[in-house]
Structure formats: C-alpha cells, structure tokens
Design a protein around this ligand. Structure first.
Ligand SMILES: C[S@@+](CC[C@H](N)C(=O)[O-])C[C@H]1O[C@@H](n2cnc3c(N)ncnc32)[C@H](O)[C@@H]1O
Length: 248
C-alpha cells in the first residue's frame, strides 16, 4: 500500500509514466472537471491528470499522494506549478476545505486491503466533497479476473527510458481467493547492463456489495454505477466498478 516500492522507490517510480499511457479514466475525469471550480485528485501518482485539469479547465486543483517519489516526478512537470501537491495518505487527509469534484483514478482505491481502510478513504472523499460536489473512482470487478492475464508471457513489453535506453518489463501474479487480494510483481530489466528493478504489490478486489455498503456508510450516494470508463452501465462482466455519486 503506502509502502509499495513501485511508487515509493524513485528507481521504480521513474518507469511509471513510460509504462502507463494516458487512459480513458483520465479523459473521463478531465471532462467531469469542466465547469468545476475546484478538483481534488486522491492517489494522484505522477500528476498527469491533475496537471491536465489545471491546464485545460478553470478549476483550482489539489492532488495528494503519500509516495514522495511519485510527487517529485509530478512536481517536475511543465504546468505543475498550477497544482497544489500534498504528500498524504488519502485515509488521513484533511485539507479543511471542500471540492466540486473528488477523483481517484488508476485503480488507486485498490491499494486498500481492508474494509476499515476503504471506509477511511471513503470518509476522506465525503469530508472533502462540497454539498453539490461529485466523486468518482474505480475498482476492478473480481468477476472479470483481469489478474489472470498478468503473467510474464502475456505482459512482456519494452519501454524506452530516455537515460537507460530500452527496458524490458513484465508482471507476475498470485491470487489469494480467501482474502480477495492479488499480489503481483512488476519487473524492469535494463537491456544495456541487465540491471533489474522489481516491486511486489498487493491490491484488493472488493465486491460490489462491499463497495455499496461502505459508500453508503460514508454518507455518500451513488447516482450511477459504470462498468468501464467509456461510461457504459455496470453489468456482471464489466471490467470495473465505477461509482459516480455525491453526498447522501
Ligand atoms: C496505480 S497508481 C495510480 C496513480 C494515478 N491516479 C494514475 O491514474 O496514474 C496508485 C497510486 O496510489 C498511491 N497510493 C498508495 N497508497 C495510497 C494511500 N494510502 N492514499 C492515497 N494514495 C495512495 C500510490 O502512491 C500511487 O501513486
């Protein structure tokens, strides 16, 4: 979770943007942010979304992440000066103000492994949401069993680091059915000298019923459940659970 070296170790965090393209979740949130006066991005990572929102809307943008290595990359980007960066765990964040839109993208919500931690994160979303404000986040649908494809033979890819040159990347995974959690390894090997950088991450796959109960208990109300970031309604085989809602 907050001590995941994939995000906290600068030697691994440097590969995050090279290995993660701009995705539909960010485009969706960028559209939602149009017309908002203020936006909070929780688990903002390297800040791609927060910086685009600040550049392309009139919103005042705050972005929080506990991993300094990720925030350092964010702060170094063009346009980063328009965003207020906060080094903080979403569960304990209290900025003492509210926002028109609170987002958590890139399945960052799945870093929480227990209902107690999920409840703390949802309470933070509620605490920071203006009365008419809107929240959205994503959590993978366990029924889609996406982790089954996170095997070395299916995930081997090459990224090009500007300083290190070509780098081979792959994932590997274990599914813990009892705890409804996945442990996955992300590996990077620099082609030029064979150096390897590896991190083991653990993420939860809460059920829809659990999410529904915890969201209501946090004083939040889901207006629509989406099944992917194209905006399709949630169905049994949807890849994601995406609650789009407001304060109850
Ligand atoms: C998969 S990345 C997603 C980053 C970004 N939202 C995106 O879409 O690219 C997960 C992020 O969650 C952050 N994270 C880990 N524990 C967290 C916590 N307790 N509160 C908030 N963010 C956390 C990590 O540091 C990492 O930046």
């Amino acid at each position: 979770m907050t001590d995941d070296r994939l995000y906290t170790d600068a030697a691994l965090a440097r590969f995050y943007d090279l290995d993660n393209d701009w995705t539909e979740d960010r485009s969706f949130c960028l559209r939602l942010a149009q017309g908002c006066a203020s936006v909070l991005d929780l688990g903002c990572g390297t800040g791609e979304l927060a910086i685009r929102i600040a550049a392309e809307t009139d919103a005042e943008v705050s972005a929080a992440d506990p991993a300094r290595a990720m925030l350092d990359l964010a702060r170094a980007k063009p346009g980063a000066g328009r965003v207020s960066w906060v080094e903080a765990d979403a569960r304990r964040l209290d900025l003492g103000r509210q926002f028109d839109l609170v987002v958590m993208t890139g399945h960052a919500f799945q870093v929480f492994l227990t209902d107690a931690d999920r409840a703390l994160c949802l309470a933070a979303i509620a605490r920071h949401l203006a009365p008419e404000g809107c929240f959205v986040f994503d959590s993978r649908n366990p029924a889609a069993r996406e982790w089954e494809a996170w095997r070395p033979d299916l995930t081997l890819r090459e990224i090009t680091d500007p300083e290190l040159g070509p780098v081979a990347a792959w994932d590997d995974v274990d599914w813990d059915a009892k705890r409804q959690a996945v442990t996955y390894e992300t590996a990077y090997r620099v082609n030029a000298d064979g150096r390897e950088f590896r991190a083991r991450s653990r993420i939860g796959f809460p059920s829809l019923a659990v999410l529904d109960r915890l969201i209501a208990a946090a004083g939040l109300r889901v207006e629509s459940w989406l099944g992917d970031w194209s905006g399709a309604p949630l169905g049994p085989d949807s890849p994601d659970f995406i609650p789009l809602g407001r304060r109850a």
